[in-house]
Ligand binder design. Structure first.
Ligand code: B12
Ligand code: SF4
Length: 506
């Protein structure tokens, strides 16, 4: 009998089956466990809607030494709590480990739950195998205390070991995609192609925007892959799986040009249309020869965090880009045949209504320069101060937040509280305690008029006649700025159900 540790890895449901993409976090962890002599099984709640029952069944069928659950704040919390409590009730002796953005940013809250034994902060390629090894040899406190990136409980109190450095381990192999059953079921029809695949080449981001979960996780670090690794991955995805286009999950695809060129050269050889997250300054700084590679590699859309038209606010949140760069990049993208997908954060805690209206006007100006620009509107929901990276926490603390009654905003202290609808909305940047009904409605109305007037190219489901009719219906409202109560668009939209990329991804 094989005594090597065996770990159950679970991705709780967060999106529809149609929008499911490779659970890359768990694939990376499965590869790391394999590298260190452990084995694992993956259950992905995005494709397996009975994932709680299936996890319990899997645990009845064979011994698992621990369960690892990937948890992002927002709608993934409720299913993460459901599967954790079910496992704790049926298999009380099996350790439960939470990892991903939620426990990284909120380790105290994660450990406050009786069904979470360990919270792994940041990347877990080394932390998880070390924890599994410690558990296999009767985890004593001295061993646990040595594991970087681990938060654990000692006598009921949370202990947070020091952070770990980020690395991009490469064992010369592609990820163990076959652990997902048939990996081809994760290829999706998107506007990039008929079989779009999700991939992440580099990890992290070297910027430190104060509002961003990525900055909170990586603390300003980026690690780029070697060109050979990207070549190997793309070759597998294209030739073995049959993918024809790629959605890159890299947090900020364009890093320094000299580092990107070898990667772009690889991508230019594969010519698979692609989508990525990018910054306006990075795109504006690209040389003509790099743009040539970008065009050859067939970049179709770049998601750019424009955030705000207010230069002072951009400085305060340490974005490092300016409104004029946002304006310039939509023009630049137009010239190079790339669609800019711009995200904005409206309704900040201060000057809430004025900033929101200013943003609407700026969006209209951008649309005049490049009508193809796609717009994603979020409510600005700053991270809790203690979620920020430890290097940034003390620096420039954010001003205190108050709700509509002038009471200080108190962030949740447990996963259950974070799973309440108002905090799920907060995590999804959909609502904030300082937003009143009038402004909430105003934002909804603007978004309805805008997305009917300019339906997203990412929507392949709605027929083009329906999109054209909606656009025509919304024309006069958009032209005259009459956003209030667009009941006729809401009605028509209910029939057509335009797609919302901010909820489901591509
Ligand atoms: C794919 C994705 C999704 C997918 C679902 C992914 C899934 N779980 O199935 C979809 C599109 C559904 C999604 C939705 C949302 N997402 Co999302 N998403 C991503 C994205 C682009 C990639 C995640 C990924 O696969 N990364 C690659 C893997 C390898 O990295 P990783 O996940 O970080 O995993 C490593 C570690 O975190 C850790 N780890 C992860 N899981 C586990 C588990 C265990 C047991 C252990 C030990 C370790 C561990 O180890 C892994 C390997 O080192 C990230 C941005 C990014 N590039 O990371 C945003 C991101 C994670 N999402 C984010 C958010 C906020 C959301 C939303 C909740 C809100 C929103 N509006 O965006 C929505 C929900 C929308 C809704 N209303 O329903 C934020 C989280 C930030 C934060 N403050 O917490 C991110 C960082 C985007 C951003 N820049 O702000 N998302
Ligand atoms: S550049 Fe983008 S990913 Fe990087 S810290 Fe800023 S907002 Fe986050």
């Amino acid at each position: 009998m094989n005594d090597a540790p065996h770990i159950l890895l679970i991705n709780p449901t967060i999106t529809s089956r149609r929008s499911a993409r490779f659970p890359l976090s768990l694939l990376h962890l499965a590869a790391a466990l394999e590298r260190t002599g452990s084995s694992s099984r993956i259950i992905d709640g995005n494709v397996d809607r009975q994932f709680v029952d299936d996890a319990l069944r899997a645990m009845e069928q064979r011994r698992f030494d621990a369960v690892g659950i990937s948890v992002m704040g927002g709608p993934q919390l409720a299913p993460a709590i459901a599967v954790s409590t079910a496992i704790r009730a049926r298999f009380p002796a099996v350790p439960i480990i939470w990892g991903g953005y939620f426990p990284t940013l909120n380790p105290e809250a994660a450990l406050a739950a009786p069904y979470v034994d360990y919270a792994v902060r940041g990347q877990a390629g080394d932390t998880l195998p070390e924890l599994v090894a410690a558990l296999a040899s009767a985890a004593d406190e001295a061993k646990l205390a040595l594991i970087g990136g681990l938060s654990w409980k000692r006598g009921g109190a949370a202990v947070h070991n020091p952070n770990r450095r980020f690395t991009l381990a490469d064992n010369g192999l592609v990820l163990p995609y076959d652990k997902l059953g048939d990996p081809r079921r994760y290829l999706a029809r998107t506007y990039l192609g008929r079989r779009t695949v999700a991939h992440q080449a580099a990890i992290g981001c070297r910027f430190r925007c104060t509002f961003c979960g990525v900055a909170a996780m990586f603390g300003g670090t980026t690690v780029l892959p070697a060109a050979e690794r990207l070549e190997r991955d793309l070759s597998y995805l294209k030739h073995e799986l049959g993918a024809d286009s790629v959605q890159y999950f890299d947090n900020n695809f364009f890093d320094r040009e000299q580092d990107m060129v070898p990667l772009l050269e690889v991508m230019a050889r594969f010519e698979m249309p692609w989508w990525c997250f990018a910054r306006s300054d990075a795109l504006l700084n690209l040389s003509e020869s790099a743009w040539k590679l970008v065009r050859k590699s067939r970049l179709r859309m770049a998601y750019i965090g424009a955030e705000s038209p207010n230069g002072q606010m951009l400085k305060e949140i340490r974005k490092g880009t300016r409104p004029d760069q946002t304006m310039a990049v939509v023009e630049l993208c137009r010239r190079h045949g790339v669609i800019p997908e711009l995200s904005f954060m409206v309704a900040p805690p201060h000057n809430t209504a004025e900033e929101t209206e200013h943003t609407f006007d700026f969006i209209r100006a951008l649309k005049r320069v490049n009508p193809q620009s796609e717009i994603v509107i979020y409510v600005y929901t700053p991270l809790p101060e203690n979620s920020r990276h430890e290097k940034d926490r003390a620096k420039r603390p954010a001003p205190p937040l108050f709700d509509l009654n002038g009471e200080p905003v108190v962030f949740p202290a447990t996963p259950e509280e974070w799973a309440l609808p108002r905090w799920v909305d907060y995590a999804c940047h959909a609502d904030a305690p300082w937003l009143d009904d009038r402004l909430r409605r105003r934002i909804q109305d603007f978004v309805t008029v805008l997305r009917c007037r300019y339906p997203t190219v990412q929507d392949l489901r709605s027929p083009s006649w329906a999109k054209r009719s909606l656009s025509a219906m919304a024309g006069w409202r958009y032209h005259f700025g009459k956003y209030d109560r667009p009941w006729e668009l809401e009605l028509a939209n209910r029939l057509v159900r335009l797609r919302m990329p901010q909820v489901s991804g591509l």
